[in-house]
Design a protein around this ligand. Structure first.
Ligand SMILES: Nc1ncnc2c1ncn2[C@@H]1O[C@H](COP(=O)(O)OP(=O)(O)OP(=O)(O)O)[C@@H](O)[C@H]1O
Ligand SMILES: [Mg+2]
Length: 318
């Protein structure tokens, strides 16, 4: 387990990326023309933003792309002065022979304060002759308009289950992991469109046993399998508070969940529960939302969860 599989299996070219079709098609056009404007990549974690930035620069500049690329993380460079100094130094030397510009990749740009973003805007202009910026962020709404208007904006989406499956199966076979079909599906389900999470879950499970089963996936990802969560709702409906509470405690212990994890996982599963009607689901959702909020605000976990179970029993019980 010396190397992280997410790094080893990071696509090297834009054309090897999974999903993100709208993004990938436009980036391929940039690779072909071997030039691009300032770019902004926005989207949730583990969906390919850093990957796309590295792959695009490699596609445009070839294997020696690193000498043409400055990588910075905005959350390490709180002071904009240090960004300015680094950019200045980097921009001073000529780009690689045969190329006309260098690339500055600024990760987590949404960590910069609005003031720092204002200054970044001037830096982008000052060096735009010789440098292209690629900014990456989780929330484009945290990037000031002035910067957004200087960039071509790309939105990354959580990956479809089938794309996650494809990648996980590829990684497993190249790492010699025996991955059961149901286990692959479980990984795709728990990763919620985050490929980093999916590949990491696979590696963690495989480090315990090279034969990866569905049970192993659920045990190593701090996720309760759907049938356990359905079992809790059924107990609320059929058996009453004490049995439902015992089930809830069992799930928490067995899968090592925090209270908020449990509530969120229950919420995600609720839609698929067949033995409750729409009104019951709406009411249960409210009880869960209230419990989540109280725990986040500092309410004691055991008490809040019991109160939620009690309320759901009251709503569903006969
Ligand atoms: N679209 C994709 N196609 C193939 N692999 C991907 C894709 N997205 C993510 N991965 C895999 O997941 C890992 C993490 O992806 P990446 O670093 O690009 O995420 P990110 O979008 O930059 O996330 P963050 O917002 O947390 O920085 C990569 O090393 C790669 O193995
Ligand atoms: Mg990233």
């Amino acid at each position: 387990m010396s190397e992280l599989w997410v790094e080893r299996h990071r696509p090297r070219s834009v054309s090897e990326m999974k999903g993100q079709k709208a993004v990938v098609d436009r980036l391929k056009a940039y690779s072909k023309s071997r030039t691009f404007p300032h770019l902004m990549f926005a989207g949730p974690p583990g969906t390919g933003k850093t990957t796309a930035a590295l792959a695009l620069t490699r596609d445009v500049f070839g294997e020696g792309f690193r000498s043409n690329l400055l990588e910075m993380n905005a959350s390490d460079e709180r002071k904009l002065e240090s960004i300015r100094t680094k950019v200045k130094q980097f921009a001073r030397t000529a780009p690689m022979p045969g190329t006309t510009f260098k690339v500055i990749f600024l990760d987590e740009a949404d960590a910069l304060t609005p003031d720092a973003q204002g200054a970044l805007r001037r830096i982008m202009e000052q060096f735009s002759e010789t440098c292209r910026f690629i900014l990456s962020c989780n929330y484009s709404s945290k990037i000031v308009e002035a910067i957004q208007s200087r960039c071509a904006v790309f939105r990354f989406r959580p990956l479809d289950t089938e794309k996650v499956l494809e990648k996980v199966v590829e990684v497993a076979s190249s790492e010699g992991v025996e991955l059961e079909q149901e286990a692959a599906q479980a990984i795709a389900k728990v990763s919620l469109g985050d490929l980093r999470k999916a590949i990491t879950s696979l590696q963690v499970a495989a480090s315990l046993d090279s034969h990866v089963t569905r049970e192993l996936v659920y045990e190593t990802t701090a996720t309760a399998p759907p049938e356990e969560l359905h079992g809790f709702f059924l107990a609320c409906k059929e058996d009453g508070f004490q049995p439902a509470r015992r089930r809830m405690r069992g799930i928490l212990d067995r899968f090592g969940l925090a209270g908020t994890d449990l509530v969120n996982q229950l919420h995600r599963e609720l839609g698929g529960v067949t033995f409750l009607d729409e009104m019951q689901k709406l009411a249960a959702t409210e009880a869960m939302a209230e419990c989540d909020f109280r725990m986040v605000e500092g309410g004691g976990e055991a008490l809040q969860l019991d109160a939620m179970a009690a309320r759901i029993c009251g709503l569903l019980g006969n």
